[in-house]
Design a protein around this ligand. Structure first.
Ligand code: ADP
Ligand code: MG
Length: 713
């Protein structure tokens, strides 16, 4: 039988919480009134009609119509996970969406966050065993859970949300769940998205040839949005965006503004400049009385939760009674495109860029690049202006760019990512034939080859591409396989304590703060914490100093370090330590006396090569650049690197593609170490002729001589 929407409404309008039997608070009723305005809420009966009769269904609704917050709650009434000891999962591509929506839904259900309703993101599990029945989580976390429990037996319904984003993890989950629903008749699946080529997914999930999975499409309550273009492209789109915000504030009717920029630095910079300009206008008599107050708030993924929550606050009140109304400006990354909906936005400023993952299998590097968005993204962004009433969208590029230069859709992430991690996950999940695997969109064969090759060099896969025992341990860590390798190999070098710290520090957002006005001071503070040998050792030192000064509240601040991110690193370190302990990987520091510090530091740098042997570059004095090994891609040291001089060989963690390609987080290494710590990869007999090969050949001879001398002695 089909769940009665009428009964659910009666229960919600009653006095007692259906899930706990406790009386509802006044706040519950207030939020309920808001929920009733959502388009999704109106279609509750239609939803149950579809959901209760089908194992798999699709739900497509415009952004802000209430999918993410309401549908999982509807499912709770029908599926009753709390009565059968199961859970409902709702996946999100972004951490910030998972945490923010979980909080909102806990409030909507009148329950404390972390009990019946919780969330789980990498390194942060806010759920209670035997209590949580609705769990918001990143798609990556559900994929990890599938590795430990391939039938996902704890879940009775899985909702894949924001499928239109086509993240790597969501794509893989779709393929896994398509298999799983055949095995588990009791498991139900909802595919949710904003805009989507629904037909493609209706066919993909259908278990019978020619049949289609049912679809419910809910149009949002949106108003028309007028789109404006600039005459020409903008040289500095941040400056241009700021100008447009100020013009809107001075000349347009009330309504909040949403600006799309690409990353934290840009966003903080823009917010600061907007505030300065507003201060300036207030300090002048001619303008002070004619403009209203303005709050400008940033929104990006590493923002602390309390600050995230502020974007939902109302715009400021007029400065004087009856004075010009206040306005709220949110400067956001593309998180605000579909993941989070902010009510009250009437104006959108869209420079037309976002940071996107790009992978080049030829040179084996993945990086985030500021890239023009797609037409689909531009439409989504414009749509954010029409939620409350008719709105305006200012695109900071000419119309012909939109029609002729922007791609129609953003290509799925699986086509532009390094697949090392994914292939390891699939191997752990028992997927044998990676080429024939039922992808929604298949990755490029070259990308798959690169991933297999890397995992073979890391000895996670054997020559038949079967998972090795080492690979099984590697897969236990919620890390890229290279990082997991460092943790596994570090005891051999007697420095697992130190390497664990470095991996933890590299798993959290940047700890170094560099405020615009105080860059010199910040650089000096960092220089004081630097150790010879490179950035990895400096990170280790920063962490150790932080721990030593843990009782000094001001220490981090005084040293231009982010206390919040250091505390995060501390927590991540502890979690990784537990996984090491479970796998009998000993934690040791074999060189604790000051005399052997040099040896310790050398061993740490050697350990880096056990995982990152493909990310090595060699200084070419003629080209005045570093060249990456094997692929000879010229790169420069990023200005943030604190290496002294230009060591011949360096290992790096990150590749940053701007106008010049940079390498970041870099340490000096020796050519002999390459041959010793990564002999499979540096088997130069199979390499084509190159200057690098010559250098390595000489190193190989030196190494042989040393070994012989050692043997003779
Ligand atoms: P969709 O998933 O269809 O894009 P959502 O369910 O995310 O829509 O959003 C529905 C409504 O809930 C929106 O109006 C949004 O503003 C509101 N909302 C979501 N999170 C919060 C929050 N933390 N505080 C206040 N309102 C919120
Ligand atoms: Mg949503």
């Amino acid at each position: 039988s089909v769940t009665s929407a009428r009964d659910v409404r009666l229960s919600l309008d009653g006095d007692v919480n259906y899930f706990t039997g406790r009386p509802y608070s006044d706040r519950f009723k207030k939020i309920l009134a808001k929920r009733k305005e959502l388009a999704v809420y109106d279609r509750m009966a239609a939803f149950y009609e579809m959901f209760d009769r089908n194992q798999v269904c699709l739900y497509v609704g415009e952004t802000g119509s209430g999918k993410t917050t309401q549908i999982p709650q509807f499912v709770c009434y029908s599926d009753q996970p709390h009565l059968k000891g199961k859970m409902i999962a709702c996946t999100q591509p972004r951490r910030i969406a998972a945490t923010s929506v979980a909080k909102r839904v806990a409030d909507e259900m009148d329950l404390p966050l972390g009990k019946e309703v919780g969330y789980s993101i990498r390194f942060e599990d806010v759920t209670t065993p035997d209590c949580t029945f609705l769990k918001y989580m990143t798609d990556g976390m559900l994929l990890r859970e599938a590795m430990a429990d391939p039938t996902l037996s704890r879940y009775s319904t899985i909702i894949l949300d924001e499928v239109h984003e086509r993240t790597l993890a969501t794509d893989i989950l779709m393929a896994l769940l398509k298999q799983l629903i055949k095995q588990r008749a009791d498991l139900r699946l909802i595919i949710m998205s904003a805009t989507l080529d629904a037909r493609k997914f209706q066919t993909y999930f259908s278990l019978e040839e020619g049949a289609l999975v049912p679809l419910l499409k809910v149009p949002g309550r949106t108003h028309p949005v007028e789109v404006f273009y600039t005459e020409e492209g903008q040289e500095d789109y941040v400056e241009a965006a700021i100008r447009v915000v100020l013009t809107i504030h001075r000349s347009e009717r009330p309504g909040d503004i949403l600006v799309f920029l690409t990353g934290e630095e840009e966003i903080e910079d823009a917010c600061r400049k907007i505030h300065q300009e507003i201060e300036f206008l207030f300090s002048h008599k001619e303008t002070a009385s004619s403009i209203g107050p303005l709050t400008c708030l940033p929104l990006y993924s590493s923002l602390p939760p309390q600050q995230q929550q502020r974007i939902f606050d109302a715009a400021p009140e007029p400065r004087t009674h009856g004075g010009p109304p206040g306005r709220k400006v949110i400067v956001a990354t593309n998180i605000a495109e579909t993941s989070l909906t902010i009510d009250g936005i009437v104006y959108v400023v869209d420079p037309g860029f976002s940071k996107q993952k790009v992978y080049n299998p030829r040179i084996r590097v993945e990086s985030l690049i500021v890239t023009p968005i797609s037409q689909a993204s531009a439409r989504q962004r414009a749509g954010r202006a029409g939620r409350t009433r008719p709105g305006k969208c200012f695109r900071l590029y000419p119309e012909h760019v939109f029609t002729r230069e922007l791609e129609v859709q953003t290509p799925p992430e699986i086509l532009r990512s390094n697949l090392g991690n994914t292939v390891l996950e699939l191997a752990k999940l028992g997927v044998k034939d990676l080429v024939k695997f039922d992808y929604v969109d298949s990755p490029a064969p070259e990308t798959l080859m690169r991933a297999l090759e890397l995992l073979y060099y890391l000895e996670a896969l054997d020559s038949g591409f079967n998972l090795t025992p080492l690979g099984t341990v590697m897969a236990q860590f919620p890390l890229d396989p290279q990082f997991a390798t460092l943790l596994i190999e570090s005891p051999k070098f007697g420095c697992s304590n130190e390497v664990l710290t470095i991996v933890a520090m590299l798993s959290v957002p940047n700890v170094w703060m560099r405020p615009v006005h105080r860059q010199k001071e910040a650089d000096r503070a960092k220089w004081l914490l630097s150790l010879p040998g490179g950035d990895h050792l400096t990170l280790l030192n920063a962490y150790n100093q932080y721990r030593q000064n843990i009782n000094d509240n001001k220490w981090a601040w005084n040293n231009f370090l982010s206390k919040r991110n250091l505390a995060k690193a501390d927590n991540v370190r502890l979690q990784l330590q537990r996984i090491m302990e479970r796998n009998d990987i000993p934690l040791l520091t074999n060189f604790s006396d000051p005399e052997s510090e040099v040896q310790l530091h050398e061993n740490i740098r050697r350990t880096l090569l056990t995982g990152f042997f493909t990310q090595v570059a060699h200084w070419d004095p003629e080209k005045k650049a570093y060249l990456t090994v094997k692929d000879m891609q010229p790169v420069q040291l990023h200005p943030s690197c604190d290496l002294e001089g230009k060591p011949d060989f360096v290992v790096f963690n990150e590749f940053v593609l701007t106008t010049t390609p940079y390498i970041r987080t870099v340490s000096a290494v020796e050519p002999e170490w390459l041959l010793k710590e990564a002999p499979k990869f540096y088997d130069i007999s199979s390499w084509p002729e190159s200057p690098m090969r010559e250098v390595l050949k000489r190193a190989s001879k030196r190494l042989n001589r040393k070994t012989k001398q050692g043997a003779a002695a």
